[in-house]
Unconditional design. Structure first.
Length: 161
């Protein structure tokens, strides 16, 4: 169940997605939060460099593996603007991170991209649960999904208001 603290972190993910877009990247942003509520790390998509693996969820998983004991990782939460792709879900599972909370689903994103005439990704869009198991996953969060949709519209139709 999504609570006020979750919403606070998800709103920050929207802000990070806006930063990503302003720098020419796809609009995705994510936060890693410890069990005690401390924000440990935040990041946004940086794939405009040409490295399409520079997703924020992947960066957070790598940071967690290098900086957190396994027990702490399992109690942490990753908040993100969009449901993890297969690569990011696998990284999340491999490093043993805990709960995932996302705003928009991969199904929603696929629908938005189709509406915008964007060709499908070469990587299949799978739900997180189709990639990893034994992880609490909450989302989508409809209250914020239109904010994320609008960022994708801006990216693919910059003249759209």
């Amino acid at each position: 169940m999504i609570n006020d603290i979750d919403m606070k972190h998800l709103r920050r993910c929207v802000e990070l997605a806006r930063i990503a877009l302003s720098e020419g990247n796809p609009p995705f942003g994510s936060i890693l939060v410890a069990a005690n509520g401390d924000v440990l790390r935040e990041d946004y998509n940086r794939s405009s460099s040409g490295d399409l693996t520079r997703h924020p969820e992947f960066a957070l998983a790598r940071w967690a593996a290098e900086n957190m004991p396994l027990e702490e990782r399992g109690k942490a939460t990753v908040y993100t603007s969009g449901e993890h792709c297969s690569m990011c879900a696998a990284a999340h599972g491999w490093v043993g991170l805990g709960r995932i909370v996302y705003i928009s689903s991969s199904t929603q994103l696929a629908g938005w991209m189709a509406e915008l005439g964007v060709p499908p990704s070469k990587v299949r869009r799978l739900s997180i649960q189709d990639v990893i198991r034994d992880t609490i996953v909450d989302g989508p969060v409809e209250e914020l999904s239109d904010d994320i949709r609008q960022l994708h519209v801006q990216r693919h139709r910059p003249d759209h208001k």
